[in-house]
Design a protein around this ligand. Structure first.
Ligand code: SF4
Length: 472
């Protein structure tokens, strides 16, 4: 499966992904490489652990005074000649950007990689308004040609092999090309150069925005971000409100750990600091600069159970180490943000009902929290989400009844002992080699896991007879 289809239940999407041999190959190669690079980067960086703690503290301190930092950011962006817009919903954000595009008379909009614009489904809105969006990050360009959505936060085309990309380019661009990264990149670069020169509008996301200087910061590896911010007449940056940081000193802390967590680089190749539009006497830069601050459920979570998810730097490290993501890839999650943090962000943006299945797509092993540069406790929030899904009665009724009955039984020891004795008898037809291999109504569980059989003697029975057991 290469693309999310939310009409299909999550389990079926996950099943399909696990049977897709190309996807499995691409995921294994890419995530294993990312994990190794991240480990090496932090192994040679003794200050890393302290900086992760510092980054977490900065995030928390910023959220405590988010209103103040946002006001300061707005003031400074406007002082530099930029315009700031506030969007509560994706609809508002799209309307603001379309209005800017119309006023600029834009026919082509070049874009650099931005999950915020994916979140608001901007490309579809631009197309419907007769404006052609052109993704200029190589991974995003590939998935735009394939009419797909990103399957990883920082590596949108992670699910594709070199061979698949070569076939795609040959089909969509009408030019035969070898399955060689250099040849593929050269072909894409040639196609995109012309678009940069034609475009009136450049659209980017923002990794950070510095409140006390009004600086919008982009962290990229391909240089396309700089073309998008400097060649078109108008630049629009779209960012979630939580991306604000107080000062350039704070920014340095994040830059020191972001690239190491994402790709194992000391720093990303390009760190672009945008300060408003071109000023008098400057040779390059846009005539207009707009910053769109996007809420879309974030502000509500300042006092909500998912508050910590607002620390997220979108580095993707938690996806690479997640045993579920590594098997099913990003499209199976069915929403803009995949992986463990994606489940939390989807709940934040779309409500807990949107993740009633996804909340269980985690082994709660804790690898995500270990890898996260700002130590977000993702497993804790996933458990909270599961509780919320249960309390709001969103989970399937079978699941609710089974867990309710189990909870009821656990608080009645005599009945529990009786149930264990009955279970011991009833399990017999289903036990093979010491485990229950299949069980009516629990087929999904036993299909991929062993369900341990009820022990021949319970712990209490063994305890009672302890003295009688031979010593080993
Ligand atoms: S939750 Fe942490 S590891 Fe995952 S993308 Fe966000 S910052 Fe990176």
């Amino acid at each position: 499966m290469s693309q999310a289809d939310r009409s299909i239940p999550f389990r079926q999407r996950a099943d399909r992904a696990m049977q897709d041999v190309f996807l499995q190959e691409a995921l294994t190669i890419a995530t294993t490489k990312f994990i190794g690079l991240r480990r090496e980067a932090f192994a040679g960086f003794p200050e890393g652990e302290g900086l992760r703690d510092a980054a977490r503290e900065i995030k928390e301190a910023t959220l405590q005074h988010l209103d103040r930092y946002l006001e300061q950011l707005v003031e400074n962006v406007e002082r530099l000649g930029g315009r700031v817009h506030y969007a509560t919903t994706p609809e508002e954000a799209r309307a603001i950007i379309l209005d800017i595009a119309r006023q600029a008379g834009a026919r082509i909009a070049v874009k650099s990689k931005s999950m915020a614009t994916e979140e608001i489904h901007l490309n579809e809105a631009l197309e419907a308004a007769g404006i052609t969006p052109v993704e200029t990050d190589l991974g995003e360009y590939i998935i735009q040609l394939a009419h797909e959505r990103p399957s990883h936060i920082i590596a949108p085309a992670i699910h594709k092999t070199k061979g698949q990309i070569a076939d795609l380019f040959t089909k969509e661009l009408g030019r035969t090309v070898a399955a060689d990264p250099e040849a593929l990149t050269k072909l894409a670069r040639g196609e995109l150069r012309a678009k940069f020169l034609e475009a009136d509008l450049g659209i980017t996301g923002a990794n950070f925005a510095v409140a006390d200087t009004g600086t919008v910061v982009l962290v990229t590896n391909e240089g396309n971000g700089r073309m998008v911010t400097s060649l078109p007449r108008v630049h629009v940056a779209v960012m979630g409100v939580e991306k604000v940081v107080p000062s350039l000193t704070d920014l340095m802390v994040f830059l020191a750990i972001l690239a190491k967590s994402a790709t194992g680089q000391k720093l990303s190749v390009y760190t672009t600091l945008v300060q408003g539009p071109r000023r008098a006497g400057e040779l390059e830069g846009p005539e207009e600069f707009h910053l769109v601050l996007l809420d879309n459920g974030r502000i509500a979570q300042l006092a909500g159970p998912l508050r910590e998810a607002l620390y997220c730097l979108r580095c993707g490290a938690c996806l690479n180490v997640c045993p579920v993501y590594r098997q099913i890839g990003g499209h199976a999650y069915g929403h803009t943000y995949p992986g463990p943090i994606g489940i939390l962000l989807t709940a934040m943006l779309n409500g807990p009902g949107a993740v009633k299945d996804l909340a269980h797509a985690s082994s709660l092993c804790g690898a995500c929290a270990d890898a996260c540069p700002v130590r977000i406790d993702i497993p804790r929030m996933l458990i909270e989400l599961r509780r919320e899904v249960d309390e709001k009665r969103i989970a399937p009724w079978t699941e609710r009844i089974v867990f309710k009955a189990f909870g009821w039984l656990l608080t009645r020891p005599a009945l529990y002992r009786l149930a264990a004795s009955v279970g011991r008898l009833l399990q017999r037809p289903f036990v093979r080699d010491g485990a229950i291999r299949s069980l009516p109504l629990f087929g999904d569980w036993t299909r991929t896991r062993d369900l341990p059989m009820v022990a021949r003697r319970t712990f209490r029975e063994r305890w009672r007879n302890l003295e009688l057991e031979p010593r080993r």
